[in-house]
Design a protein around this ligand. Structure first.
Ligand SMILES: Cc1cc2nc3c(=O)[nH]c(=O)nc-3n(C[C@H](O)[C@H](O)[C@H](O)COP(=O)(O)OP(=O)(O)OC[C@H]3O[C@@H](n4cnc5c(N)ncnc54)[C@H](O)[C@@H]3O)c2cc1C
Length: 495
């Protein structure tokens, strides 16, 4: 089949790789000049600044896309461990180094807290590992056609209940650790799923598994290299890319099936099937006039957003700084309430400072550094008028970073707020899509197909299985499976 993939984000690239393996002819149409989408890169004044994801987990899922193309990932992108994975700095001044590898981390917890907590870490890892195995095969790496599909792997479902997967995440983590600082470091990952630890179900500790047990990695040359390397491999295998080309409509036949795409408002490109990598609600609104997005996409709860400051600066970071530095504010639960329930900024914000050039000198000129600072904010459903408050809030962030001792003499910089994310095509101005409440996950998340539009499959963070680099890579594979199935079904009809 001839398949057009709209968008060269990681979801689109992964779908293209898996479609290529099945023998389809694939053309990728991308609005921007480079691949990667949210995993982008700014090149300026000798700096290479990542402006998207910074925490890479589960690199084997990235490798699956290269394997699908029949090439070695290491020929296109080299992946290194980040160790320490995080430096967590608490409001009381204490510092925990989150180490790669269970033994090193157990020792660090013994130093930081005590032997009881160190022993608890072993038990926590065993629980997380079982949780991950249950969820990955049965609920994450799976297409769903109806909520009843959840019951098919009933043994796994029962096991999840027994493991406490349907209790709250904060309580589950507290059942292992009594040190509140450890509870924080092993539950903050729920924020990646758009939820506070007291809202999230314990089954979302699977994100903590990916991060704290499987470990954090970084590609040589920066995070964007994941997408650039995969795009190079696709080109080497004969997949065609058209950059700087916005798709303006998905074309359909009288019966509703896709027949191609409209490019830049005029040209037409015919196709037997289409994979769409845009944020799903935006795709329904802008490319599929007349077909309504699923209710959950229109009315659902969207994840918080973020203020992101990326800069190339003069000078080097303080000696105690590591690749990823989390600076926790004092009021852990209160901060989440401000952000999620009240829709306002955290009064004592927790921020993530990533220093990519610390481990990779190719990313900044000699004597300079790259700095990446992320502060969670409400999305555009919140109470902040960004057009009026942006300057005050960005100044506050810059001051906080300077007060923490990081270099802030800017050579080149870019600031992104929720209005910028919205302008880039992200629903409600959040780059983190629909939150992962139970009723917005698995069969309840907007599906990657729609019976009214045969031949169309969605990939990316607002469909199955969800948000983040590992999940969107899986979503590409799931979308490709949908197109394979469509190809088989229509071949039978034609035959
Ligand atoms: C600041 C930030 C920090 C993050 N941190 C992490 C992290 O640490 N770890 C993690 O795992 N995840 C993180 N994420 C989330 C992760 O980056 C995303 O979930 C993932 O990259 C989304 O990929 P995608 O393929 O769904 O969408 P996108 O990357 O948005 O891809 C969509 C593509 O479609 C293109 N497109 C849009 N409209 C059109 C059109 N009309 N025609 C043609 N092309 C079009 C876009 O240009 C883009 O290339 C972060 C994201 C951001 C922004």
């Amino acid at each position: 089949m001839k398949v057009v993939v709209i968008g060269a984000g990681l979801g689109g690239l992964s779908a293209a790789a898996h479609l290529h393996r099945s023998g389809h002819e694939v053309i990728i149409i991308e609005r921007e000049a480079i691949p990667g989408g949210r995993a982008g890169m700014i090149e300026s004044d000798g700096f290479r600044l990542d402006n998207g994801p910074t925490v890479l987990t589960m690199p084997q899922l990235l490798e699956e896309s290269f394997t699908a193309l029949g090439v070695e990932m290491s020929d296109y992108v080299k992946i290194n461990k980040v160790d320490p994975m995080y430096r967590a700095v608490y409001a009381d001044g204490s510092t925990l180094m989150v180490r790669h590898g269970r033994e090193a981390m157990t020792e660090e917890i013994r130093r930081f807290s005590n032997s009881t907590e160190a022993a608890a870490f072993e038990k926590f890892c065993a629980w997380l590992t079982d949780l991950y195995r249950l969820e990955m095969d049965n609920f994450i790496d799976a297409n769903f056609n109806s909520p009843l599909d959840l019951l098919k792997p009933w043994r796994a479902g029962l096991e999840l209940v027994k493991m406490g997967g349907f209790g709250k995440l904060d309580k589950k983590v507290a059942s292992f650790f009594s040190d509140p600082r450890l509870q924080q470091i092993f539950s903050f990952q729920s924020m990646y799923a758009g939820l506070a630890p007291y809202q999230a179900l314990a089954l979302y500790a699977v994100i903590t598994y990916m991060d704290s047990v499987e470990g954090v990695y970084v590609p040589e040359g920066g995070m964007h290299q994941m997408a650039a390397g995969l795009a190079d491999a696709l080109v080497a295998k004969g997949v065609t890319f058209r950059y700087n080309t916005p798709v303006t409509r998905i074309l359909r036949t009288g019966s509703g099936a896709v027949s191609g795409v409209e490019l830049g408002g005029s040209d037409r490109l015919e196709a037997d099937a289409v994979v769409c990598n845009l944020d799903l609600p935006v795709a329904y609104r802008t490319l599929l006039g007349g077909v309504e997005a699923p209710r959950v996409a229109r009315r659902g709860l969207y994840s918080p957003s973020c203020l992101l400051w990326v800069a190339g600066v003069k000078g080097t970071p303080p000696p105690e700084a590591t690749h990823h530095n989390i600076h926790f504010g004092a009021d852990w639960v209160g901060s989440f309430k401000e952000l999620i329930n009240k829709g306002v900024m955290m009064s004592d914000p927790s921020i993530l400072v990533t220093l990519h050039s610390l481990d990779d000198s190719s990313l900044a000129p000699e004597g300079h550094s790259s700095i990446y600072v992320l502060e969670p904010t409400p999305n555009l459903d919140g109470k902040i008028d960004w057009s009026r408050q942006r300057d005050r809030l960005t100044d506050r962030l810059r001051r906080q970073v300077a007060d923490l001792g990081y270099p802030t003499e800017v050579v080149v910089e870019q600031m992104y707020d929720p209005l910028d994310w919205e302008a880039m095509g992200m629903e409600r101005g959040t780059p983190f899509a629909l939150a992962h409440t139970f009723l917005q996950t698995g069969p309840f998340r907007p599906n990657n197909i729609n019976s009214k539009v045969p031949g169309l499959a969605f990939t990316g963070s607002s469909t199955l299985p969800g948000v983040g680099v590992p999940m969107v890579l899986v979503s590409g594979k799931l979308a490709a499976q949908r197109i394979d199935r469509y190809a088989r079904d229509t071949a039978i009809v034609k035959w």
